[in-house]
Design a protein around this ligand. Structure first.
Ligand code: F6R
Length: 366
């Protein structure tokens, strides 16, 4: 049932090229230059009239929501607010019938997310679900939605659910951008093409597995680890840290790279591995100077870079290359090495990768 893999998590990491393809199949019609999603099409007025889009979710799904915030705002120029469902539901949030709320949930059963949906509905908002499990409570409770077609995710640590959530949300953002005219048609077409190429680029990103395993062996006994990223890859830094925490029990934190100097830099010494996402298009020079700051304090740098990068290579202790793509789509690729890194470290530490202590696959109590 694990298809020859040692763990479900590894199987699911390797399933991502197929899962992403399954998620955009029939929706991304590149040759016609169209995106077709019934749940969006049928409710286009609601999306276009929205003053803002609220996104609620928990855990990894919340990280997908943060990526979507950057993508929606840049593509479709609509203000987005992303909240933890647990916070949103208890703070008497201001919601009106002009709001669109997107709830993201792999299981479709997360108690806080479900409660947030009910609250938003009671205030007249239009509620759209992005779920993986067909027929789940959240998929039934929302007005409309779009499934991720990731297939069953058994490993407790979410992997292919995350990348397929980002895929669905990117499709929606592109569809809205097209409807609103907030993106030039050449940019739009470039993004359709690049999105279609993501599965094969994920396959290439997976080829770094043996390099990542070597890096894992070096850092497996570190008590702490920092993850830094900027822009679209700031949420990926959070997600990388969460993955490491939950399956290897190493304390890890994700930060926007520029926040480092506002506190976390005090943690840096020769014991501290710092994973830095430094894709060439995203605030690259600024991230490079963050790397220099870490180096001068003797921190160990693991750089996640686009193929052909030279600057980070000269500074970092290790680099992991991923194929180049549009910056807005790069989270779909930068995530892959971070999943593998946490997987290998957890295996080397003899942790129960598929069923980490204290965790359950769906959190049906608040
Ligand atoms: C992390 C993880 C959790 C879930 C969170 C939300 O790997 O799996 O953080 O992402 O419990 O679950 P769903 O998406 O089912 O609502």
């Amino acid at each position: 049932e694990k298809g020859g893999y040692d763990h479900f998590m590894l199987k699911e990491i390797y399933e991502q090229p197929k899962a992403i393809r399954d998620t955009y199949r029939g929706r991304l019609l590149r040759e016609q230059g169209l995106i077709k999603m019934a749940g969006v099409e049928d409710n286009m007025k609601k999306f276009l009239n929205a003053d803002r889009i609220l996104i609620v979710a928990c855990g990894t799904s919340w990280h997908a929501g943060l990526v979507a915030e950057y993508v929606f705002e840049s593509f479709a120029r609509v203000p987005v607010e992303v909240e933890y469902a647990s916070e949103f539901r208890y703070r008497d949030p201001i919601i009106t019938d002009k709001d669109v709320l997107i709830a993201i949930s792999q299981s479709g059963e997360t108690a806080d997310t479900l409660a947030a949906i009910k609250l938003a509905k009671s205030k007249g908002a239009f509620v759209f679900g992005v779920c993986n499990v067909v027929g789940s409570s959240i998929s039934r409770e929302t007005h409309a939605g779009a499934y991720t077609h990731a297939g069953p995710e058994i490993g407790v640590a979410s992997t292919k659910a995350f990348t397929t959530q980002i895929t669905v949300l990117t499709l929606i953002a592109l569809r809205l951008a097209r409807a609103k005219g907030t993106m030039t048609s050449s940019e739009y077409r470039t993004h359709l093409l690049e999105l279609e190429l993501i599965p094969e680029k994920v396959e290439r990103a997976l080829e770094s597995d043996s390099t990542i395993k070597e890096i894992a062996a070096i850092y497996k006994d570190s008590p702490n680890c920092l993850y830094l990223g900027r822009g679209y890859n700031f949420p990926v830094a959070l997600e990388g840290a969460l993955k490491l925490k939950e399956i290897s029990y190493i304390h890890a934190e994700g930060y926007p790279a520029a926040e480092m100097k506002h506190g976390p830099i005090a943690l840096i010494d020769e014991q501290m591995p710092v994973v830095v996402i430094a894709t060439r298009k995203g605030h690259y020079e600024k991230v490079v100077s963050n790397i220099q700051e870490i180096k001068s304090r003797k921190g160990k740098i693991i750089g996640i870079v686009f193929e052909g990068d030279t600057e980070v290579k000269g500074l970092a202790d290790h680099v992991i290359e991923i194929p180049e793509t549009e910056e807005a789509l790069s989270p779909l690729l930068t995530t892959i090495p971070l999943q593998l890194l946490s997987y290998h470290i957890a295996v080397m530490r003899d942790c129960n990768v598929d069923q980490p202590r204290n965790l359950a696959k769906s959190v049906t109590v608040e």
